[in-house]
Design a protein around this ligand. Structure first.
Ligand code: ADE
Ligand code: ZN
Length: 338
């Protein structure tokens, strides 16, 4: 077996956590069609192939337009349950042992669904995932940054009865023009309520947005963070803090954050002592789940077995698991022979 094939096999076998996954972005075209039929929702596609053909994006907004349209087929608790179970089945096949997943409540309440529909269906599935598939999980509620902060605060208040099911808040959607500073108050409310916080920053937005996420939102983890690399002092600060970056290689390629996978910065991030992790973001839209993302970087970059192991360890260390669980998973990673 050649070197790359061996590295891929090693990456696939390692236990790992996925820390950057939008549940609505795991809606596969087949399920999109099934749910459209079940719920009598019109979708502008003739068949599954036409959906896949539409997944060509030249920037984040191209994807977001189709992503918000796609989530319109999600109508009932059962739909959210089915969506979440399908993701958990798929990611446990990739040897994920823990996942921290995002959902976008405003993407559903904006189109008239009561707040509880999404979270009830998702939470039920996460429980079944743990009991039947053995995968532990946490749920992160994201605010849509193209909407105003008052809407985020309204959403945060609507979530109060479900706070015990949410570990943290996040920030996603159209980045440029919607800096983290716009959401300082609601992130402070979340921190005061004992929640963790994460934010997408430096995907398309400038390094300054990463600084704002650190200084104003006081994030515990940075989603993407690619453009931090343009600012050496910022890289040093992130490395010193031990900040985890949830990097999404196939997403970066599909959304033209990188022009070619050969130019992907994840190896450079590791060499700069950044705690990078590998994640799938929106796997049904970007062409692959967790192990597909590992495969894509192994095939194109000069990663070593120790890089691969570091990426898996970073995913456990950067999770919101307790120390005992982290220790258990670290030992399981060490036990996998290269
Ligand atoms: N929502 C879902 N995926 C996203 C991404 N990659 N960036 C911003 N918002 C998102
Ligand atoms: Zn994302």
């Amino acid at each position: 077996m050649d070197q790359k094939a061996r590295l891929i096999q090693y990456a696939e076998a390692l236990p790992k956590a996925e820390l950057h996954l939008h549940l609505e972005g795991s809606l596969e075209p087949e399920m999109l069609f099934d749910l459209a039929q079940r719920n009598r929702v019109d979708i502008p596609f003739a068949n599954v192939e036409a959906v896949r053909e539409a997944y060509q994006f030249s920037q984040l907004q191209d994807f977001l337009d189709i992503y918000y349209q796609g989530m319109g087929v999600l109508q009932t608790e059962q739909d959210f349950f089915d969506l979440t179970m399908a993701y958990l089945r798929r990611v446990t096949a990739d040897n994920a042992v823990h996942v921290e997943v995002f959902f976008d409540p405003q993407g559903h309440t904006e189109r008239g669904l009561p707040f509880d529909v999404a979270i009830n269906g998702i939470s039920q599935a996460l429980k079944v995932g743990e009991s039947e598939l053995g995968v532990t999980s946490e749920l992160i509620m994201c605010f849509l940054r193209h909407l105003d902060e008052d809407d985020a605060i309204k959403t945060f208040k609507a979530a109060e009865p479900w706070m015990d099911q949410i570990i943290g808040v996040g920030l996603d959607s159209s980045e440029v023009g919607h800096p983290p500073s716009k959401f300082e108050r609601v992130f402070k409310m979340a921190k005061d309520a004992g929640l963790k916080s994460v934010a997408h920053a430096g995907e398309e937005g400038p390094p300054e947005y990463v600084r704002e996420a650190l200084d104003l939102l006081k994030i515990d983890r940075l989603d993407h963070g690619n453009r931090s690399l343009e600012d050496a002092a910022l890289v040093e600060r992130l490395a010193e803090k031990g900040m985890t970056l949830t990097v999404c290689p196939l997403s970066n390629l599909k959304l033209c954050v990188v022009s070619d996978m050969h130019n992907h910065p994840i190896k450079h991030m590791l060499n700069s002592n950044l705690k990078a992790t590998v994640n799938s973001d929106d796997p049904s839209y970007f062409g692959g789940y967790l192990n597909d993302n590992f495969r894509s970087i192994i095939e194109t970059l000069d990663l070593t077995d120790s890089d691969i192991k570091q990426l898996a360890l970073n995913s456990i260390d950067g999770s919101f698991l307790n120390d005992a669980a982290k220790q258990k998973h670290r030992a399981a990673i060490e036990a996998v022979a290269y």
